[in-house]
Design a protein around this ligand. Structure first.
Ligand SMILES: [Zn+2]
Length: 259
């Protein structure tokens, strides 16, 4: 009888330790989308409108809170974890299909999101026009961020050019949208300490990366880790793993390749 009690106590202690460990490694999933469409582009980065809508419904159904980048950054700075499940939605590159297919779904479910725009690409084939960018920016749901002027990898260009990519894109977006542009996104997720500091000095409040690994702190708002959502997340089990809050922890430790 005594032995049984000891075993139960050990089991309870193990469960408590596991729960505390899991709580400590939990990070809010920041999702990174690119194309939302059914076009000829069959790359992994295209998520169909149906799949996107299913994923948003999945998050709503399971009670996820959709955070704006402002809310998420405030949490990072205070080193806080959300109560219950939470998620952040972002899109890179400013594809027109974001306006055509993702925005109506976001609108229908009142989901806030951030779209990172490459200023020189605006109006090019498959990319949004200024009118569309402005309409999204004027909505209460979509925040427009900068994804540079040209989408060149910032680690591969001279420092003065890095500064101009950061500042010029912010200035142009702000003058067209009549709003502060507060967030930045590194092309291809590439940055170094100098670039990160320049983003801060240029007046941004934070920056999205992809998966910088363990080199930056989990709560560094200028190196926000994100999870790439691709075609493989058509499978809701894969999507569920990606939004679990533990995906980043295991990916940083290279316990599996990105899904
Ligand atoms: Zn990009």
């Amino acid at each position: 009888m005594k032995r049984k009690k000891v075993l139960i106590s050990l089991l309870v202690a193990a469960v408590v330790v596991c729960a505390v460990c899991l709580h400590n490694v939990y990070t809010v999933p920041v999702l990174m989308y690119h194309h939302i469409g059914n076009g000829a582009d069959k790359s992994r980065l295209v998520v169909s409108p149906e799949s996107f809508e299913r994923q948003m419904r999945f998050l709503t159904y399971f009670g996820y809170r959709f955070l704006t980048l402002d809310e998420y950054v405030a949490m990072l700075k205070e080193n806080k974890k959300p109560r219950g499940r939470a998620v952040v939605i972002t899109f890179d590159d400013g594809y027109e299909d974001n306006y055509l297919y993702a925005y109506p779904v976001l609108l229908k479910q009142s989901i806030p999101a951030t779209i990172f725009i490459v200023v020189d690409w605006i109006g090019q084939k498959d990319i949004m026009e200024w009118k569309q960018v402005k309409e999204l920016s004027d909505s209460s749901l979509i925040e427009i961020g900068s994804h540079t002027m040209s989408h060149r990898e910032l680690t591969k260009i001279p420092k003065p050019q890095v500064i101009s990519e950061l500042r010029q894109s912010k200035e142009i977006l702000e003058s067209k949208l009549k709003k502060e542009v507060r967030y930045f996104c590194y092309p291809c997720g590439m940055f170094d300490l100098f670039i990160k500091e320049m983003v801060n000095f240029s007046g941004y409040r934070g920056a999205c990366a992809t998966h910088p690994g363990k080199i930056t702190a989990l709560n560094d708002e200028f190196a926000m880790r994100r999870i790439r959502i691709s075609r493989s997340a058509d499978n809701l089990f894969v999507f569920w793993a990606q939004v679990s809050g533990y995906y980043t922890f295991f990916r940083d430790r290279r316990l599996f390749d990105s899904l």
